[in-house]
Design a protein around this ligand. Structure first.
Ligand SMILES: [Zn+2]
Length: 186
């Protein structure tokens, strides 16, 4: 698990087989280990430098069930957030609460330059362990639900391109119309 942690912050791209693995669940003891605790700020750092709103550990070559998500709260797209807009998620499980689909133009740090219109269930219950290895259970909906599903897919070997209804819904981001970009996830 350690090989890539120290200095190599390269974000893996579509085609790298590590992105296609189901990532390993961590024990509570492993979550609390120095190694994993030190990885968390590195994940934030890599995500911020890359300009993402989420990052999953497999994207940097570490195949463990860890993802971080941070939404800027100053946008009206994020008005469903309650007490926190930062999430550190270990060993998640997802349960769909509302099957009704919603679509966003998704982007991914592992698929640079492209956007895809993906429809996903609009409301879910997420159970996970936080950075203190404490059980968490949250309800996510609307845009946040899509962000969670996108990031947690990374822990199960899936990318948004697998969720496209049609390859016609995959475009280069500089070809997106103004209207389409209103639904941008980046
Ligand atoms: Zn992604």
């Amino acid at each position: 698990m350690t090989e890539n942690v120290e200095n190599d912050y390269k974000i893996l791209k579509l085609g790298n087989p590590i992105l296609r693995l189901t990532a390993k669940e961590l024990t509570k003891r492993e979550i609390l280990s120095t190694e994993v605790q030190e990885l968390i700020p590195k994940m934030w750092d890599i995500m911020n430098k890359a300009g993402g709103i989420g990052l999953a550990a497999p994207q940097i070559g570490i195949s463990i069930q860890l993802a971080v998500i941070k939404l800027e709260s100053d946008s009206d797209r994020y008005d469903n957030l309650e007490d926190s807009d930062e999430f550190i998620v270990f060993n998640p499980t997802l349960e769909v609460i509302d099957e009704k689909k919603q679509g966003f133009w998704e982007g991914c740090l592992s698929v640079p330059g492209l956007r895809g219109y993906v429809e996903r269930p609009r409301k879910l219950k997420i159970k996970y362990l936080d950075q203190n290895a404490k059980d968490k259970e949250i309800i996510v909906e609307d845009f946040l639900a899509t962000v969670f599903q996108h990031e947690l897919d990374h822990l199960f070997g899936l990318l948004y391109v697998d969720r496209l209804n049609s390859t016609k819904d995959l475009v280069f981001e500089d070809e997106l119309t103004d209207m389409a970009s209103e639904k941008l996830l980046d």
